[in-house]
Design a protein around this ligand. Structure first.
Ligand SMILES: NC(=O)c1ccc[n+]([C@@H]2O[C@H](COP(=O)([O-])OP(=O)(O)OC[C@H]3O[C@@H](n4cnc5c(N)ncnc54)[C@H](OP(=O)(O)O)[C@@H]3O)[C@@H](O)[C@H]2O)c1
Length: 276
């Protein structure tokens, strides 16, 4: 089956392309640096020729409110228009658990707009809502700074490894369209401020994390369960401590420590720019 992965060079996309190819599918990694740009439309018609499934795991390079909205609206409109013309039978898009509850955030308003366009399209679809990636914990600290300290609320969340996200999205991509939303999440619940504190400690990042009940999540006020998935979420298997150890072991020059100390990878740094 030909499956086009939009954002196929990114954190999730590159893992997804590898997994689909291992299963024998013709997976195409589509991104500006492979000649496919969903905002301008460049290379899209050619990439989608003969494709059964499109999986959109792209992210905006700019997260300013108006820019991110323009990215997801333009990109999604183009993808759906070219998808209809190419006879695509399943449009899969990656979004975030709780997106509909986070509309105070400009980033999440853009994800809501993306989802609405997909739901209104004639192409059968599945929207995958994933929880926060472990790889995003440092990025979460970066966007939650007040002065030189990280301010985060002491709320529950259930993050997951990017590898499990790719596995979950891949499973859905080769299944029939749900014409609805499927949730995927990690196997354990944590408190947001506590896990970011642990991640920064593992990176020997000296920033202090303050449990602040009034701190927003990416600009949106949240309560104890805003970020949690529902009871039917499909759970990944990677536990946080296992991921920490694996991440350290995979980093050239890094030596796993008994305390689980890990060093951020280049890809992780790149992916920590924003959101989700
Ligand atoms: N971070 C989280 O915790 C979290 C949680 C749940 C869901 N999500 C969602 O997961 C998705 C993927 O995130 P990620 O971290 O894997 O992203 P990422 O690593 O930043 O990758 C983004 C991808 O999008 C591509 N891209 C950018 N502009 C494009 C364009 N005009 N046309 C085609 N492709 C374009 C990039 O290509 P280049 O490299 O060539 O620029 C790259 O391949 C996002 O939609 C996000 O909302 C994130």
């Amino acid at each position: 089956m030909k499956i086009v992965v939009i954002g196929g060079t990114g954190l999730i996309g590159s893992k997804l392309v590898n997994k689909l190819r291992e299963q024998g599918h013709e997976a195409v990694a589509a991104a500006p640096n492979t000649g496919v740009n969903t905002v301008t439309g460049e290379g899209l018609a050619e990439a989608l020729k003969g494709a059964s499934v499109v999986v959109d795991v792209a992210n905006s390079p700019d997260w300013e409110d108006a820019a991110v909205l323009k990215f997801f609206e333009t990109s999604t409109r183009n993808l759906l228009t070219y998808g209809v013309a190419a006879g695509v039978r399943h449009h899969v898009a990656l979004s975030v658990v709780g997106t509909d509850r986070l509309s105070e955030s400009g980033y999440f308003r853009a994800k809501i707009a993306q989802e609405k366009l997909i739901q209104a399209s004639s192409i059968p679809y599945t929207i995958v809502h994933a929880t926060q990636f472990f790889e995003f914990l440092k990025g979460l600290a970066d966007i939650s700074m007040v002065g030189d300290k990280v301010h985060l609320p002491h709320v529950l969340f259930q993050p997951m490894a990017a590898d499990d996200v790719a596995t979950g999205v891949g499973r859905i991509a080769v299944s029939p369209p749900m014409n609805g939303i499927v949730e995927i999440a990690g196997p354990e619940q944590f408190r947001l401020d506590e896990l970011v504190r642990r991640r920064l400690a593992s990176l020997r990042d000296p920033r202090e994390v303050i449990a602040d009940p009034n701190a927003p999540y990416d600009g949106a006020k949240i309560s104890d369960k805003t970020l949690l998935p529902g009871n039917n979420a499909q759970l990944g298997e990677t536990r946080f401590e296992t991921w920490l150890t694996q991440t350290a072991a995979q980093t050239p020059g890094a030596h796993p420590q008994p305390t689980g100390v890990a060093v951020t990878t280049t890809k992780e740094k790149e992916s920590h720019k924003k959101a989700g």
